[in-house]
Design a protein around this ligand. Structure first.
Ligand SMILES: [Fe+2]
Ligand SMILES: [Fe+2]
Length: 476
C-alpha cells in the first residue's frame, strides 16, 4: 500500500459537494492549467483538459447556486467566494493571485456561457506581464465577444469597514501569516515541478529556508500551522501533500530531537520526497479511472525518478536523496523500488515514510471526508513490517488522538483548540476559545486546560469539529 492509491476510500461516504467545494476545485484546475502552460504551451492537451474541467465545474456551480456566473474575488492573500474566504483554494493559488494582482484586478467573473476558447484567451493574457500603465481592462477587451463578456476581470476588491479595506468582513483584524507561509511553500513546489519538467536546475536554498520557516512557526504556534495543513483543497499536483508531509514530519521530529539542523534536513527531505512525480505523465498520476498494470508500475517509479533527479544535482543533502528513494520501501524488504539487498535506511526516511501514509489517509478532499487519526493509526498498525514499529508508536504518541491544531467540543459545552499532547494520547492540553454558548472569547479571556489532569468528567472531548475558515485564521 502507498500514498498514491489511498486517494479514494471506498468505505468513506461521499461528502456533499457544496458550492465552495465546487469552486475550490474550479480554482485548482485553473491553477493547474496556469502551471502546465508554463511547462508546455497554452493549448497543450494537458492545459485544455484542465480548462475543460473548469468549464464543467463552472456549470455545476451555476446550477448549484442558481446563478448565471461565478465570481471569485482576491482580497490580500485570500480568494473570496460569496463573501467568504475560500481557504483551501487560496492555499494553492498564489500564482493566480499574483497574476491578477499584476494586472490590478481584484478577481474573476466567469459566466456559465464561457468556453474553453475564452479561458485560453484569459490564460494567454494573464501570463504576460502588463506593460506600464496597462490594467485588467485591456484583458477584458480581449475577452469581449460582441455585446457579451463571458469572462471578466473585476476591479480591486474594496470592502471598507473601520478604515480597513481589502479584507473580506470575516477576516478583518485577523492574522494571516501561516497562510502566507503555506502559500509560499506551495508556490515553491509549483516552481520546483516546472524546473524539473523543463530540465532546469533546482535551487535547494529556498527549500531549506521554507523548512526552517515552518519549523520556526511550529515552535511559536504549532496549532495554527498544523491546522492549516488540514484544509481541504483539490490540489491537482499534490504539492499540498508534500507541504503537509513536511509539517507533520517537523512536528514529529521536534519530539525526537532539539537539533534544529537535523530538523531542517528532515523538513527539506519531506518537501522533496515526491519530486519524482514531476516525471510521471500527468494523465497517469491524476487518472480518475482504474490504473492498468503498466500505469501503476510507472507511478511506482517516482522514487527512482526522484532520487535520480537529486543525484544529478550538486550539493543535495543525502538524507533528501535517501527519503526520496526509500519512502515507499518497507521493512522486511517489501514495498518499492525493489533492490537486490535490503539496506538500513536513515531515520529521516523512516519518518517521511510514516507521515506520508498518515497524511494520505487523513487528507481532506472535496470528494471524500478525511479519515480520523484513530482509523488511520489502526490501518497503519495493521500494515505488518511496513514501518519501524517503535517509531510508529512514537508518532502516534506525538500526534495523539486529537492532533495539535484540531478544534474540539468539550463535554462542558465549550469549544477548544488542541495545543499540545500529553502522556495520555486521548487527553491533550487545549486552549478554550468559546464559552458554553459558543460565543468566541477574546484572546485575553481564553484559557489553557490540561485534559490529562482533569479528575471530573466535566472536561473531556466529545467531538472533533469541522473547521470554519474564519475561526481558523483568527487562531493564528
Ligand atoms: Fe511517494
Ligand atoms: Fe508522498
Amino acid at each position: 500500500m502507498d500514498d498514491l492509491f489511498f486517494n479514494r476510500d471506498p468505505d468513506e461516504p461521499d461528502a456533499p459537494r457544496t458550492p465552495e467545494a465546487i469552486v475550490t476545485e474550479l480554482v485548482d484546475n485553473l491553477v493547474a492549467s496556469l502551471i502546465n502552460a508554463r511547462i508546455y504551451w497554452t493549448n497543450h492537451p494537458r492545459v485544455l483538459a484542465s480548462l475543460q474541467t473548469v468549464i464543467s465545474l463552472l456549470q455545476e456551480a451555476c446550477v448549484k447556486t442558481a446563478k448565471e456566473s461565478v465570481a471569485v474575488a482576491v482580497s490580500t492573500d485570500f480568494l473570496v467566494f460569496d463573501d467568504r474566504p475560500l481557504l483551501g483554494a487560496s492555499i494553492a493559488a498564489p500564482r493566480l493571485i499574483k497574476a491578477l494582482d499584476e494586472w490590478s484586478s481584484g478577481g474573476l467573473k466567469l459566466s456559465k456561457s464561457a468556453t474553453v476558447a475564452d479561458l485560453e484567451v484569459l490564460l494567454e493574457a494573464i501570463r504576460a506581464a502588463p506593460a506600464e500603465g496597462n490594467g485588467y481592462e485591456q484583458i477584458n477587451e480581449k475577452l469581449r465577444r460582441g455585446s457579451r463578456q463571458p469572462i471578466e476581470l473585476l476591479p480591486v476588491y474594496r470592502e471598507i469597514e473601520d478604515g480597513v479595506e481589502g479584507k473580506p468582513p470575516e477576516l478583518r483584524g485577523k492574522c494571516v501569516v501561516p497562510l502566507q507561509l503555506y502559500q509560499s511553500a506551495m508556490d515553491l513546489l509549483q516552481g520546483l515541478t516546472v524546473s524539473v519538467s523543463t530540465g532546469k536546475t533546482i535551487d535547494f536554498a529556498p527549500i531549506q529556508t521554507h523548512a526552517e520557516l515552518m519549523l520556526q512557526r511550529l515552535e511559536s504556534n504549532e496549532g495554527a500551522l498544523m491546522n492549516l495543513a488540514r484544509q481541504d483543497h483539490y490540489d491537482a499536483f499534490t504539492f499540498g501533500h508534500s507541504v503537509r508531509v513536511s509539517v507533520l514530519a517537523l512536528n514529529f521530529g521536534r519530539s525526537l530531537t532539539k537539533d534544529s539542523g537535523a530538523l531542517i534536513q528532515l523538513g527539506t527531505a519531506a518537501l522533496l520526497h515526491d519530486v519524482g512525480k514531476a516525471m510521471v505523465p500527468f494523465e497517469v498520476l491524476h487518472s480518475n479511472k482504474a490504473l492498468s498494470a503498466e500505469e501503476r508500475a510507472e507511478i511506482c517509479r517516482h522514487p527512482e525518478y526522484g532520487a535520480q533527479i537529486l543525484l544529478d544535482h550538486e550539493h543535495c543533502d543525502p538524507h533528501a536523496i535517501s527519503a526520496t528513494f526509500g519512502h515507499h520501501c518497507a521493512h522486511g524488504h517489501r514495498g518499492y523500488p525493489k533492490t537486490l539487498h535490503e539496506h538500513r535506511v536513515s531515520m529521516v526516511t523512516d519518518i517521511v515514510g510514516i507521515v506520508d501514509v498518515f497524511e494520505a489517509l487523513t487528507a481532506a478532499r472535496p470528494y471524500k471526508r478525511p479519515m480520523s487519526p484513530v482509523r488511520a493509526y489502526r490501518i497503519m498498525m495493521g500494515m505488518e513490517d511496513k514501518f519501524d514499529r517503535r517509531l510508529l508508536k512514537r508518532f502516534i504518541q506525538c500526534n495523539g488522538i486529537h492532533p495539535n491544531g484540531q478544534l474540539i467540543q468539550l463535554s462542558s459545552g465549550e469549544r477548544a483548540r488542541v495545543m499540545r499532547q500529553t502522556t495520555d494520547i486521548a487527553a491533550p492540553i487545549v486552549k478554550v476559545e468559546t464559552d458554553r454558548e459558543g460565543n468566541f472569547l477574546l484572546p485575553t479571556e481564553q484559557w489553557d486546560l490540561d485534559l490529562s489532569v482533569q479528575s471530573t468528567q466535566v472536561f473531556h472531548v466529545t467531538e472533533q469539529l469541522a473547521e470554519d475558515p474564519a475561526t481558523l485564521v483568527s487562531s493564528a
